[in-house]
Design a protein around this ligand. Structure first.
Ligand SMILES: NC(=O)c1ccc[n+]([C@@H]2O[C@H](COP(=O)([O-])OP(=O)(O)OC[C@H]3O[C@@H](n4cnc5c(N)ncnc54)[C@H](O)[C@@H]3O)[C@@H](O)[C@H]2O)c1
Length: 314
């Protein structure tokens, strides 16, 4: 938990799928949380979602002062961001809306408050100049759901200060997140680009009839996915290379990997492919209920997170 008083309040603007999950996470870490969202019934929906996420957060371990009573919902952005150490913006993924929200948050937040947007695809340099203090606007991109997945990608734009980046990194890391600093603005940031690269080949292999949807899912979930949850691709390559590490591994297997790269497929997400993939998933699900599958995934994920936390470096 962040201990100094000036860090007691976090503001969350926009509490849909991502914002509600952030709210629950910040509450579980002992902050006062102020939230706003113009949607009809947003406060009720937010409190329902926080209640739904709370048992998982209890299992992860509530931090000192954690309480759902510390959530305040306001009708205006101005009241929400007043006195906040950090504002996490989670409004709709639209350029014009993000610019307007950043301008409004900047006008009412304390001058040194950090303004982080969760945006999956918007480039900070394109929106930060809507603020009078653009140096404190940055990206704090979480992975869904933010109350469970530790990764946060931190990216500054052209006008973001080094100080804001380092304060944001420190903040997220201090509340149990694993923040990474992405040094250049690229479409989709880093983790989504990696997912997109895998999806392209997965979609291609299914489309070409090389493998079924179900077998492809098994290939990842019962194969390399198990290692990837523990170590990233580079450290796994280091291990695969034995005593010679990644250098030996790539000298040895580099040429075949090069030839696989040249053979990788390209695919367009059209209606036909969507139908094929959706049917494949239904066959894979069979009689299982998707809600039960999600609950079981989250249950095992919590156990895995607890094991990782106990390890010395995973
Ligand atoms: N869904 C994901 O998997 C995911 C993952 C990471 C990041 N993100 C990013 O998080 C952000 C939110 O995505 P989401 O999936 O939660 O969308 P969502 O549609 O569930 O939520 C958006 C919320 O913003 C609210 N809103 C609309 N106008 C607003 C305003 N002027 N001020 C405040 N709130 C306003 C809406 O009422 C809605 O509740 C997006 O930028 C998205 O790119 C999404």
């Amino acid at each position: 938990m962040v201990e100094t008083n000036e860090k007691r309040k976090i503001a969350v603007v926009g509490v849909g799928v991502i914002g509600a999950s952030w709210v629950a996470y910040f509450l579980a870490h002992g902050f006062d949380v102020a939230a706003t969202d113009p949607a009809e019934g947003a406060e009720r929906q937010l409190r329902t979602l926080v209640d739904r996420f709370w048992p998982a957060l209890e299992r992860m371990g509530l931090k000192e002062g954690a309480s759902r009573d510390r959530l305040r919902f306001y009708q205006s952005v101005a009241e929400t961001v007043a006195g906040a150490y950090l504002v996490q913006e989670n409004g709709p993924e639209r350029h014009d809306i993000k610019r307007a929200l950043i301008a409004e948050i900047d006008a009412f937040a304390p001058p040194d408050a950090l303004i982080a947007t969760s945006s999956s695809g918007i480039v900070i340099s394109d929106i930060q100049d809507a603020a009078k203090r653009p140096e404190r606007v940055l990206l704090g991109h979480p992975f869904n759901p933010p109350h469970l997945i530790p990764l946060v990608e931190v990216i500054g734009g052209r006008l973001t200060s080094e100080d804001a980046i380092s304060r944001a990194m420190d903040f997220y890391n201090s509340i149990g997140k694993r923040a990474i600093h992405i040094r250049k603005e690229v479409k989709g940031h880093v983790a989504n680009r990696l997912q997109a690269a895998l999806w392209r080949e997965a979609f291609y292999l299914v489309k070409e009839g090389v493998v079924s949807v179900s077998d492809l899912d098994t290939a990842i979930a019962s194969g390399p996915g198990l290692r990837w949850a523990l170590l990233g691709p580079f450290m796994n390559l280091e291990l695969s290379g034995g005593t010679g590490g990644i250098a030996h591994m790539l000298e040895h297997l580099g040429p075949p990997i090069d030839s696989w790269w040249k053979d990788l497929g390209d695919v367009t997400i059209d209606h036909e492919l969507i139908t094929q993939l959706a049917q494949g998933v239904q066959e894979e699900l069979g009689a299982r209920d998707i809600v039960a599958v999600q609950a079981e995934r989250d249950d095992v994920l919590l156990s895995l997170l607890a094991l990782k936390e106990k390890s010395s470096g995973l």
